[in-house]
Ligand binder design. Sequence first.
Ligand code: GLN
Length: 274
Amino acid sequence: MKKINRRSFLAAAGLTAAALALTACGGSASSTASSTASSAAVSTSAAAELTTVEAGKLTMATNATFPPYEMTTDSGEIEGIDVDTAKAIAEKLGLELQIDDMDFDAALLSVQQGKADIVMAGVTVTDERKAVMDFSDSYATGIQSIIVPEGSDITSPDDLAGKKIGTQRGTTGYIYCSDDFGDDAVVAYDDGLTAVQALKNGQVDAVVIDNAPAKEYVAANPGLVILDTSYAEEDYAIGMAKGSALEDAVNAALEELKADGTLQSIVDKYITAE
Ligand code: GLN
């Protein structure tokens, strides 16, 4: 498993998603009050000149089956860490947040095709994506985790060899697994929920998916467990069109939200420390 070895394998035991999110945000905590004030001025003055897909709106493409970053409530509302963060950014830019829910791969394309201003969907920064879109500074750390049925003979990433692996289409989980185990070993589902249902039905032997939704899916589906050894560690960021004029304003707003603790309080609202 040459390719697996080049990835960062970390024992997830003891590393909670909240702790990781904290780590991701910690680097910017040193911003001073005065730099916050001046960047507030930057984002406010920038807002006056911002051109967006729809005037006065910040259009966000997402895939609302990725709890706790974005999910659909029983009453049909879309909520989550990305949604609250996008709302806070939109507010700083003087724009109204508009959410467009679609499949994950469509959400990535949406910004590239100028149909959305930003994609926030727990999107991992990769070199391949950087070739076709721009990314903000990172706002969280993600982990690719492996979900298996209790008692599975899969106990580490290497054991995925020769197995059927369920993933979400267009995600890093899909890309890594098809690189490492071949296209035939990997089944791409529309979203994480469908992949987990396929695992429960015995159509695949494991699901590789980001750790935060993995925890939620496992909590909701007795009989499934997450392996202690993770598959890869990643950075989440906000995707925009290549050369997007919004990038500086989005980064300035994000910086303020990190510095004043808003981002951490949003994470804390959705992820309970263990
Ligand atoms: N973080 C993964 C990726 O960017 C999956 C994101 C998602 O499924 N919403 O590919």
